[in-house]
Write a protein of this length. Structure first.
Length: 310
């Protein structure tokens, strides 16, 4: 399997390291505007590859070197203002990057699954679909996967049960309007008590946790890299795992033409199913409000995507 990581900043470089350690590809290509930096990471990872069991070829290069990738991960981004950490503020700058990079990447790897990590990830996933002819089931954003994992970890600690045994999703925007689908949370077949006040507190903590890491160290990399690696692994082995990813919604909860995280099934062909769990009326209302928020951002960047540079 050939994986290309576009952008070798904190997230891209960490994901490249996890890809090598976990043997998630036979071939890994790194692309960065600073070619020397990408070459340095590739060389360092070649040395790493000689220490792991699974052989993997690591190189750096241009978009042409990414040709016929099975997975392309997009992580390039304008920087977030440390004084005002707000993912939505990256929308205009990153829309320019999506417009500049995605068409050529898609042309080079028309059969790849494209994983968008760049924030605001729901808006950028939608943007990627606007500037390419990629099928909707092969473009998805690493949206609330980390949020959901964090939410489950908090519940796990409270309940004294392994997080793998807890099913719980954060849905909607990877950001302030995200929705904790507490009505869907269960363990061992038992629903988590709706009146479980701590679950609401955990949901609030989850919403803020990514930004909190950013405030403390200036970027986030480990959790998102591991989450993205899980998605790559599901594609590599056609695992058909269910996970919350940001995908284009059309007619979902009455929402059209917006990318938001919902539980999906993912495998080698990309998204094979969009699951439709039964949410409470309050959760549906919150999910629709999240869609409205993201739609506003989409509208703001539309003129940038339509710019004549395309
Ligand atoms: N989806 C998620 O859960 C999640 C989690 C963490 C971070 N993120 C997002 O991932 C993105 C990357 O984060 P990071 O910490 O790696 O950022 P970073 O600043 O460390 O890296 C950004 C990369 O983009 C490249 N870049 C910047 N401007 C460019 C330009 N004009 N042309 C080409 N390349 C350019 C840089 O060279 C660098 O490789 C950000 O948008 C961040 O918000 C998403």
């Amino acid at each position: 399997m050939k994986v290309t990581i576009v952008g070798t900043g904190h997230v891209g470089a960490t994901l490249a390291y996890v890809t090598v350690l976990e043997g998630l590809a036979d071939q890994l290509v790194l692309i960065n505007r600073d070619r020397q930096k990408a070459a340095g990471h590739a060389l360092d990872l070649q040395h790493t590859a000689s220490l792991v069991r699974q052989p993997i070829r690591v190189s750096s290069g241009e978009i042409s070197d990414s040709a016929k990738s099975d997975v392309v991960v997009f992580t390039i981004s304008v920087p977030m203002d440390p004084a005002h950490p707000d993912r939505r503020a990256l929308a205009a700058g990153n829309a320019v990057l999506v417009r500049e990079w995605l068409p050529a990447l898609a042309e080079a790897s028309p059969d790849a699954v494209f994983l968008i990590v760049t924030n605001p990830v729901d808006v950028m996933t939608w943007a990627a679909l606007q500037v390419t002819d990629l099928p909707v089931d092969r473009v998805c954003g690493v949206g609330t996967l980390v949020d959901s994992a964090r939410f489950r970890a908090m519940m796990s600690e409270e309940l004294g049960i392994h997080p793998d045994d807890i099913r719980a999703y954060i849905l909607g925007e990877h950001g302030q309007s995200q929705v904790a689908a507490i009505s869907l949370a269960w363990v061992g077949g038992e629903p988590i008590d709706q009146s479980f006040e701590r679950a609401r507190e955990f949901a609030r903590n989850t919403t803020d946790s990514g930004i909190e890491v950013f405030r403390l160290k200036g970027y986030t990399n480990f959790a998102v890299a591991k989450a993205t690696a899980l998605v790559i692994e599901a594609i590599q082995h056609d695992q058909r795992h269910t996970m919350p990813l940001s995908v284009l919604l059309n007619g979902y909860c009455g929402i059209d033409d917006v990318c938001l995280s919902i539980p999906v099934v993912i495998g080698r062909a990309g998204i094979t199913r969009r699951l439709r769990p039964k949410l409470t009326p309050d959760e549906v209302a919150a999910f629709r409000a999240s869609a409205d928020q993201v739609r506003q951002n989409n509208q703001q960047i539309s003129p940038i995507l339509n710019d004549s540079l395309r």
